[in-house]
Write a protein that binds this ligand. Structure first.
Ligand code: APR
Length: 283
């Protein structure tokens, strides 16, 4: 299954009209904390929105890269495969030239939402993070159990055996670089449009989505597949969805709690609520 265009999940309401207006943020916070506190295996699906407060623009919605510049061509991977040597020659020749996105990524630091997710993991409430982001900010915030469905900007990967290496620890004097294990072509780990999601990452995401009884949807528009499939898998297995997003998404009206606020503002409050519940032994 390749990284592709946008499609709304099967239970989206036409026109995105809200079904229920979330009660006050305070009440939704309490509801969310109690759901997570009662859950045995809560995970999170994370998107570009979590890194907006770290200065990384989202793709869609207000200020989105695609909103401002249009969506990129969907055949990036096919063009890579057509001539991987030329592709590598091009990116090595343009080293030091940074697009707005790459510049923002290279300067970004984890924000309060990334740190709160690391705290939730340390407290034992969050078992896994599926991130669509390539920015490495979860790791920098201290999170450990992470699947990067779209890869990591600081890594290289063999397209044949999925072996990965930190950027800078793999020689690129011969291009295209070849995998020492299987001879496969090595490229950046980030998944290009049209590129199949690496099987190890996809299987990890599907496994976690089947295991969870609660899924936090943090800063994702939930329209890009295959990532948008995971809340559907979880929901259909009875998991409770908790949406953390200042804007409505196709999953808003099937979420058990909706925190309509920036993640950096609301995630630390969620951690405090959970600490309170644990401290009080309530739940
Ligand atoms: N806190 C939480 N959510 C936010 C914030 C914030 N501070 N700011 C914006 N958002 C929300 C937006 O309302 C939107 O719903 O984050 C979401 C970002 O959506 P997208 O830009 O579509 O990002 P994402 O869902 O991660 O896109 C999926 O599409 O283009 C591909 O590969 C790219 O991984 C990306 C995938």
């Amino acid at each position: 299954m390749a990284l592709g265009g946008e499609t709304a999940p099967p239970f989206a309401r036409p026109g995105g009209a809200a079904v229920t207006s979330p009660s006050s943020l305070d009440q939704e916070l309490e509801k969310a904390a109690r759901i997570i506190h009662a859950s045995a295996y809560a995970i999170a699906l994370v998107g570009a929105g979590i890194s907006v407060e770290s200065g990384v623009p989202p793709f869609r919605g207000p200020g989105g890269l695609w909103t401002r510049h249009g969506e990129p061509p969907m055949d990036g991977y096919q063009r890579f495969l057509a001539d991987p040597r030329a592709w590598w020659a091009d990116i090595l020749s343009r080293q030091g030239e940074h697009s707005e996105f790459i510049k923002a990524l290279s300067e970004a630091k984890p924000n309060a939402a990334h740190r709160a997710m690391a705290d939730l993991e340390k407290l034992g409430f969050l078992k896994h993070i599926i991130t669509q982001n390539i920015d490495n900010l979860h790791q920098e915030a201290g999170s450990v159990a992470i699947t990067e469905i779209h890869g990591n900007r600081l890594k290289l990967r063999c397209i044949a055996c999925n072996a990965r290496w930190p950027l800078g620890e793999f020689p690129t004097d011969e291009i295209p670089p070849r995998c020492p294990h299987c001879g496969g072509i090595v490229k950046t780990d980030t998944v290009m449009f049209g590129e199949p999601i690496p099987l190890d990452a996809l299987e990890s995401c599907q496994r976690e989505s089947r295991l969870c009884d609660c899924m936090l949807l943090v800063g994702t528009s939930a329209v890009v597949y295959p990532a948008a499939e995971f809340p559907v898998i979880a929901f259909r297995r009875g998991a409770k969805l908790i949406e953390i997003n200042p804007m409505e998404t196709p999953l808003s009206d099937v979420s058990a709690a909706v925190l309509r606020a920036p993640a950096g503002e609301v995630m630390p409050k969620l951690v405090e609520r959970l600490k309170g519940l644990s401290g009080a032994g309530a739940g």
